[in-house]
Write a protein that binds this ligand. Structure first.
Ligand SMILES: [Zn+2]
Length: 601
């Protein structure tokens, strides 16, 4: 383990890495007034809503809501944790970090796991290409029709049959058995550690930068299991990794779309046939995390399913999308649904003819035929709907009704904009009247709660607007922060996030609110802070104190009004005869509050 990075170093790295310069390495920024604007690197957009404040060194995207400082930017853009982001930015300025007293070996635990995996890949390749034992593997690959070039390009290797070859090799190279275990390369058994992969072809799985992070292993004979993968490790998360992405990256950008298959050999065969924009999922459904990863390269995704598995795969994928996107990523789901639009991710499905996998298909029919098949790909949601409806025998009236119900449930989760289109599709497919179906749909689902993000955007509550204005001022002007009267307290805010942020700001004292202040905030408050900070002010500097006064008055007014209506409600529920004492007490309070309210103006 590396020690903790020294506080002073963190600040030094922060000061020396200008946010505008760092962001400019990812997207083009243009100066507009006091701020820099650009297209957001974290979501797809056509007009810039990503803003950087060069003085405060903060950024915020008014499209997707991301915001923060130079550290959070690098963390998000490069998928790093905080210490890694500090290290990466230190490297950027050629600065060597110092760690707090304690252990400071050269490599962190993660670095050692990367290195162990890299060595393992070289070891396996050597066995495959240079040894007698490798002959079996070479023979198998040749029989499958894979050339030496493609084998080298993807770094394929062979794990020896013996129990401890790789383990021993890495121990000789200075790794402890525990480290090799943490890297996922050996398994712990009753008699100690032994190699995870034995007598298998191994396919190195790399991250987007090309570093080996895991392996997939395939048997050469009839052994079981046919496929074996590395477990999740500190550097390998299978739901956010795609096999072959590093190799395919440039071709994906060039071709403008990506082909997603299931097997390693499918990737290799297609790539060898000249279809190089191809990757494989690693035994999981195609998930929202994959979308996040791919969004940086393309907005067109073609999923290739085998005929046998197509139905289940579609259902798996759909539920993966939906559970992942449902609430926080509603926008992303919308993106998926606007599949024919220009802004979203266009996900399509191709089903291969019976009994063929992509490798067989391209092997027997050729690349041209495969490309032709890709051109017939069907939009994912259409495909899914068809599979859903096909489950029913619609000749029977009862089954037809159930099919309609299933279809309507499916529509309900889609963007309202897509409802009409899909209602008409269901009606056509089932031979029902579209209008009748629409009436039924509206009766069943139209009154359901609005989607969260939508409701929030629809109308900014007048009180929330005032709360935002006050928090904005408190961030920008330390003198205002110390001038907020004591009557304004947490309870005056209706938004819990605003209330929380108010406390944070009050406790900040007279310090400047800047990039450093963000380090202590959770993501929720951090993006709230950058958003408020970079929102165009509604006041002129010279009218600042008047504006501040007005805000205080409105906020108090809202607060009193809320208390008054609460009191009124309680009074109404009381009987003036039975609860005389309580009634009088509340009534007095009410008079007092109303007087306070009048005094405000
Ligand atoms: Zn954005």
């Amino acid at each position: 383990m590396k020690g903790k990075i020294k506080e002073g170093d963190i600040n030094y790295v922060r000061e020396r890495n200008n946010l505008v310069d760092v962001v400019s390495e990812y997207v083009l920024l243009k100066k507009k007034g006091k701020l820099f604007w650009g297209l957001c690197p974290f979501h797809q957009e056509k007009t810039p809503s990503f803003k950087v404040d060069p003085v405060a060194q903060l950024y915020h995207c008014f499209g997707c809501g991301e915001g923060g400082n130079v550290f959070t930017f690098v963390m998000k853009a490069d998928h790093l944790d905080f210490p890694e982001a500090v290290e990466s930015l230190a490297n950027r300025i050629g600065y060597r970090l110092e760690y707090e007293a304690g252990s400071t070996p050269e490599l962190s635990k993660k670095d050692r796991i990367y290195e162990a995996n890299r060595l393992a890949a070289l070891f396996y390749q050597h066995i495959l290409l240079k040894t007698n034992e490798g002959e079996r593997g070479r023979y198998y690959l040749k029989k499958r029709g894979l050339d030496a070039d493609i084998v080298k390009e993807y770094g394929i290797g062979l794990a020896p049959q013996a129990w401890n070859s790789l383990g021993n090799y890495l121990v000789k190279r200075g790794y402890s058995k525990e480290e090799v275990f943490d890297a996922g390369l050996v398994v712990k058994g009753a008699k100690g550690y032994y190699d995870r992969f034995r007598g298998r072809l191994v396919f190195p799985i790399t991250d987007i930068r090309g570093r080996v992070i895991a392996f997939g292993g395939r048997v050469l004979d009839g052994g079981q299991p046919k496929y074996l993968n590395s477990p999740e490790t500190p550097i390998y998360h299978k739901s956010s990794t795609l096999y072959g992405l590093h190799t395919a990256k440039n071709e994906i950008i060039r071709e403008g779309f990506i082909v997603i298959v299931e097997g390693y050999t499918d990737v290799l065969m297609l790539s060898q046939a000249g279809i190089k924009n191809v990757v494989a999922t690693l035994g999981t459904a195609f998930t929202a995390e994959h979308v996040e990863l791919l969004k940086r390269f393309t907005d067109r995704v073609i999923l290739v399913f085998d005929a046998d598995a197509a139905g289940t795969k579609a259902a798996e994928n759909a539920s993966a999308y939906l559970s992942e996107f449902r609430l926080p990523k509603m926008e992303a789901l919308r993106d998926l649904e606007r599949r024919s639009g220009t802004s979203g991710i266009d996900v399509r499905v191709v089903v291969l003819p019976q009994n063929l996998d992509p490798a067989d298909y391209v092997g027997t029919q050729g690349a041209g035929a495969f490309r032709g098949l890709i051109n017939t790909a069907e939009p994912f949601f259409d495909f899914y709907l068809t599979r859903e409806l096909d489950k029913y025998n619609i000749i029977e009236t009862q089954q037809k009704e159930q099919a309609a119900l299933a279809g309507l449930k499916f529509i309900a989760i889609l963007d309202p904009l897509a409802h009409e289109e899909y209602l008409s599709k269901i009606a056509q497919k089932l031979g029902l009247d579209e209008k009748v179906l629409a009436v039924k749909f509206n009766a069943m689902f139209k009154k359901s709660a609005p989607i969260r993000g939508e409701a929030k955007k629809a109308a900014l509550d007048p009180q929330e607007k005032v709360e935002r204005a006050l928090l904005h001022l408190m961030m920008k002007y330390p003198e205002i922060r110390s001038n907020v009267p004591v009557e304004i307290e947490e309870g005056c805010f209706v938004s819990p996030a605003h209330s929380r942020f108010f406390t944070v700001l009050k406790e900040m004292g007279a310090g400047k609110f800047d990039t450093k202040a963000l380090d202590d905030l959770d993501k929720n408050l951090r993006t709230k802070a950058t958003e408020l900070f970079l929102t165009e002010p509604e006041y002129e500097e010279e009218n600042l104190s008047k504006y501040f006064e007005d805000i205080l008055i409105s906020l108090k007014d809202f607060h009193y009004k809320r208390q008054i209506s609460k009191l009124r409600q309680e009074l109404e529920s009381l009987s003036s005869q039975k609860d005389i004492a309580r009634y009088d007490e509340l009534f007095e309070k009410l008079i007092e509050l109303e007087a306070k309210r009048r005094d405000l103006r």
